[in-house]
Ligand binder design. Structure first.
Ligand SMILES: [Zn+2]
Length: 69
């Protein structure tokens, strides 16, 4: 499921943000290290792939993504 961007607060962690709560890499981030947002992070390749392969939600413009704060 698509969620608000989150990433690990750990400075040693990979600097990627996740947008899917089914992402294995995202699930590996402990809850106490999770921060909302995508600051200084690249998009997670696995989350991107999930988003682009979903036929119901093609990776076209997301009107909602612009207004999320
Ligand atoms: Zn991810």
């Amino acid at each position: 499921m698509r969620v608000r961007p989150y990433h690990s607060a750990r400075s040693t962690a990979v600097h990627v943000y996740h947008e899917d709560d089914d992402c294995p890499a995202g699930r590996a981030v402990p809850w106490f290290d999770k921060v909302e947002g995508r600051q200084d992070c690249e998009p997670c390749p696995q989350c991107v792939r999930t988003a682009t392969t979903c036929v119901d939600h093609p990776a076209v413009e997301h009107p909602a993504s612009a207004g999320v704060s």
